[in-house]
Design a protein around this ligand. Structure first.
Ligand code: FES
Length: 158
């Protein structure tokens, strides 16, 4: 039995989504998004909840949640930085951005600051190659980055 449950609002959203997706397996991704929106990440407990709610096996939910890198499987910082490490961004200076983030926040990719304000990870292409180097910060994209710009962005966060 799982401890997780949807908020009242997300329970309504879930029921609305069910009307749009007659095949219950197609509900998997939007349901995982709802969990992540609600909690900031997707716990094993929440996966059990979804498995039961969708009538699927826990392995089914786990395999999807762990396949897509956009799903967070552990708590992240208030500000979660995803810096692109793929070729276009590398060629256009993402390494200098990475060094600036490490220097400013005192954390390496895969880590979270002790106050849980920032977490940082390197990811594959964000689809913004034309404006490399790029990163996402929670749901917002930042492009054409340079060390000065990243410093200003980080300094501007409360
Ligand atoms: S290579 Fe960085 S956004 Fe595509």
């Amino acid at each position: 039995m799982s401890q997780f449950c949807f908020s009242e609002e997300n329970e309504k959203k879930f029921n609305e989504l069910k009307k749009r997706y007659p095949d219950i397996k197609a509900m998997m991704l939007p349901s995982l998004w709802l969990v992540q929106e609600q909690e900031g990440w997707i716990s094993l407990d929440a996966m059990k909840f979804l498995a039961s709610k969708l009538g699927l096996s826990e392995a089914d939910v786990y395999s999807v949640a762990t396949f897509y890198t956009m799903f967070k499987l552990e708590p992240k910082g208030k500000y979660h930085i995803c810096l692109c490490k793929t070729a276009s961004c590398k060629l256009r200076g993402s390494e200098a951005i990475k060094q600036k983030i490490e220097e400013k926040l005192g954390i390496k990719p895969g880590e979270t600051t002790k106050d849980r304000k920032f977490s940082f990870e390197e990811v594959e292409c964000l689809g913004a190659c034309g404006n490399a180097p790029a990163m996402s910060l929670n749901d917002e994209y930042f492009e054409n980055l340079n060390p000065k710009k990243i410093e200003e962005i980080l300094d501007g966060l409360e």
